[in-house]
Design a protein around this ligand. Structure first.
Ligand code: NAD
Length: 451
């Protein structure tokens, strides 16, 4: 039995053992939990919609500083006939009053990136034990360390809501990896390759493709996200690409990211978009964007694999996370929807199998069980799984399947890649957020069909 097959069997037997000894009645199991949501913008509203479909959660409090977003959220409650939550608003710190463990069991944070770390730290200081944050965890490397240390100190769970880890294709590929079909993993690729020009700029009223404004004159992400493209150069959004790959590679569970370097191209796409959308004389044509149009990051893992990530959000292109999973036994690529498994594929190595048949054959148990519920939520069903995982862990008072170490190491790619580019593409060392625990932790992510 090869190494990865042995590891899979070992990991799976741990998963099965965990399930067979699990008895909800013997644990402090809650039938229903109370949730607070901070940030009821477009993503917060998607989470509210997902939660309103559940019978085991009650959203008792929401917070935002924009009346328009609060009104849109209130409508979601009214449409389902569920009780309206208590609303916290009025100033940038109103959320602190929501963070009361006597009133809520868990909090979900869906605000601009730069607010995640301070809000998580306040939630931990306030005594909350289940905290979910949207991607990414923080901005600076110090942010990531602070959240990790404070989570450990408070014995809490901080889960980053990385929904890409629940994609039907990447979970089927994870299943195949664990069953040894790709042999020993060697090289993986992914990224965030999404034309966001119509998100980074709008008319201040409608969110997508409506204008050339950003910052104070923008609406939703154009209000804050675009400023990161003005001021920072690095892989600004690494976690959708790296999350599923980290799961396959047992990162923080027998393996870890050791070093990385990043390269960035020149910046043209955002300027050209403003000129096209707002006219050559639009004041925003004078803005200089620091973010290169394509940022490429190479990560080295302790067990000898490499990962190539690409951040590509400023140019015209169709969406693709550009996954590639390659081992000693075969390869999957999502762009050409192809799989080749040596000795098992239909053709010799000159041709690809259509991945569809393989992905169906190795469909993950989670998808087999929950696809009906999943397809009622956003992003092709993955929003159901990520929220379900957080809620089920909180009800059982168990560790969340993706924890603060995962959040920190996936999201710290951003400041590390900025650092590498700043240093002339130098290779920089990846910190070990687990403080050595990666050597003994086991990978039980999605090891059953429970959550
Ligand atoms: N995983 C995914 O698929 C996915 C998709 C979209 C967005 N996101 C992430 O979700 C997060 C939010 O993005 P979004 O698209 O909803 O942006 P958004 O701008 O629509 O929403 C952010 C909300 O936060 C509110 N806010 C700002 N400061 C606040 C404060 N001090 N207190 C309370 N509320 C405050 C804003 O008023 C706004 O309503 C980001 O981290 C983004 O990257 C993830």
């Amino acid at each position: 039995m090869n190494n990865s097959r042995r590891k899979f069997v070992k990991n799976m037997s741990l998963g099965i053992a965990a399930v067979s000894t699990f008895n909800p009645l013997s644990k402090p199991y809650a039938d229903k939990i109370k949730i607070g949501v901070i940030g009821t913008g477009l993503r917060g509203q998607a989470h509210i919609s997902t939660l309103l479909k559940r019978t085991d959660t009650e959203i008792t409090a929401i917070c935002d500083i924009e009346p328009k977003m609060l009104e849109m959220s209130r409508k979601l409650f009214k449409d389902t006939g569920k009780p309206l939550p208590k609303i916290f608003t009025g100033d940038a710190y109103a959320y602190r009053k929501l963070l009361d463990p006597k009133s809520i069991d868990a909090v979900i944070i869906a605000t601009p990136w730069e607010l995640h770390t301070p809000m998580i730290l306040d939630a931990l200081a306030g005594g909350l034990k289940y905290i979910a944050t949207e991607v990414v965890l923080g901005v600076t490397l110090e942010d990531h360390f602070e959240v990790v240390r404070s989570t450990e100190k408070n014995n809490a769970q901080v889960m980053m809501l990385e929904n890409a880890c629940y994609r039907r294709d990447t979970l089927a590929i994870t299943n195949m990896v664990r069953q040894g079909l790709f042999g020993e993993l060697i090289h993986l690729q992914g990224g965030y390759q999404h034309d966001l020009r119509g998100v980074k700029f709008n008319d201040g009223i409608t969110p997508y493709n409506s204008g050339a404004e950003f910052g104070e004159k923008g609406f939703s992400e154009a209000k804050w996200r675009t400023n990161h493209s003005v001021n920072r150069n690095g892989d600004l959004y690494p976690t959708h690409g790296v999350g599923p790959l980290a799961v396959m590679l047992d990162i923080n569970r027998g393996n870890r990211f050791e070093s990385l370097n990043s390269f960035s191209t020149k910046a043209r796409g955002l300027h050209n978009y403003i000129a096209k959308k707002g006219g050559a004389d639009h004041p925003n044509t004078k803005v200089l964007f620091k973010l290169g149009d394509v940022v490429t990051t190479h990560i080295k893992c302790t067990n000898g694999e490499t990962i190539l990530l690409q951040h590509d959000t400023n140019l015209p292109r169709p969406y693709s996370l550009g996954f590639r999973v390659q081992g000693t036994g075969g390869i999957w690529m999502n762009l050409n929807n192809g799989i080749y498994i040596e000795g098992q594929s239909k053709y010799d190595h000159e041709r690809w199998d259509d991945a569809k048949e393989w992905l169906e054959k190795y469909d993950h148990p989670l998808w087999k069980r929950w696809s009906k519920e999943a397809y009622q939520t956003g992003h092709d069903g993955i929003d159901f799984f990520v929220m379900n995982a957080f809620i089920e862990a909180a009800k059982r008072k168990e560790p969340t399947p993706m924890d603060v170490y995962d959040a920190a190491s996936w999201s710290a790619i951003t400041p590390l890649s900025e650092n590498s580019i700043e240093l002339g593409n130098e290779t920089v060392t990846f910190p070990d957020f687990t403080g050595g625990k990666w050597m003994s932790r086991k990978n039980d992510f999605a090891s059953t069909d429970a959550y």
